[in-house]
Design a protein around this ligand. Sequence first.
Ligand code: C2E
Ligand code: CA
Ligand code: CA
Ligand code: CA
Length: 279
Amino acid sequence: AKELGRNTFCFHSAALTSRVNDHLQLEMRLHRALERGELLLHYQPLVGLEPGQPIRAEALLRWQPPDEAMVPPARFIPLAEETGLIVPIGDWVLRAACRQAKAWLDAGLHFGGVSVNLSVRQFRQKDIVDEVADVLAATGLPARYLELEITESALMEGVERAVATLDALRRLGVSLAIDDFGTGYSSLAYLKRLPLDKLKIDQSFVRGLPDDGNDHAIVTATIAMARSLGFSTVAEGVETEAQLEVLRKLGCSAYQGYLFSPPLAPDAFARHALLLVAG
Ligand code: C2E
Ligand code: CA
Ligand code: CA
Ligand code: CA
């Protein structure tokens, strides 16, 4: 039994060591990726259904190592978050997205603005408000064209401070969205105190529409609540006409998903936006 115990320990230890190594390796590669310009942004349209409404874009981070497959954000953002690397990466994302948005506006694109994901760590940086102000000043993007998406969980830990940060961001003139709504145990008592403009309904609830009764109930209640709190709503992960139909009936304000478009490289996004205006 003793032998077995030791072997078990060795086994665990080896597995742990290799996991730690994988982790370190990925961290090093990610660090280099930032320095070498291997990070890029794709843009997914957010579509409203009112005629003539300009199209908005959510900036989504991509990592393209040379001669290798693209690494999806789900594989490296959690690690970047853990190690703190998300702060310089997020900073890069914010700058790159604002620079792109300004270029599109300057080019005369019928464009409603860009949404940027802020990680928990970034949102909690003491100087986040100055950072956003700096980026707007440096890129020349008018603040109303920038929206920041913050996850529910980031907002619910330390609500007092979150409210103060959101207020300060709002004073800059940027708009604020709560991301992945429904996945983070929001307290409704807190929700009404948060100065937000928009609520994004997580795709896990949209997926079950129109047939799943629970998802239908959740989405119905969420949209009704958002409206009564004065937030507009975006449904994420809209893939079918049937889902769109239900969401429209419930009074959702805008949609994002493969039914309209996947995330696109900047040129493709601009072409897409032009086509929508022409059509
Ligand atoms: P998210 O913010 O909820 O972004 C939406 C995700 O849903 C994107 O995945 C998008 O490609 C995907 N999506 C869009 N439409 C559909 C659809 O119709 N069906 C399905 N199944 N999926 C759809 P992506 O690009 O892989 O990003 C995953 C997550 O990584 C994001 O989720 C966000 O949490 C994080 N992320 C991406 N870029 C950044 C960034 O710049 N900063 C931070 N902090 N997080 C980011
Ligand atoms: Ca988002
Ligand atoms: Ca989301
Ligand atoms: Ca999500």
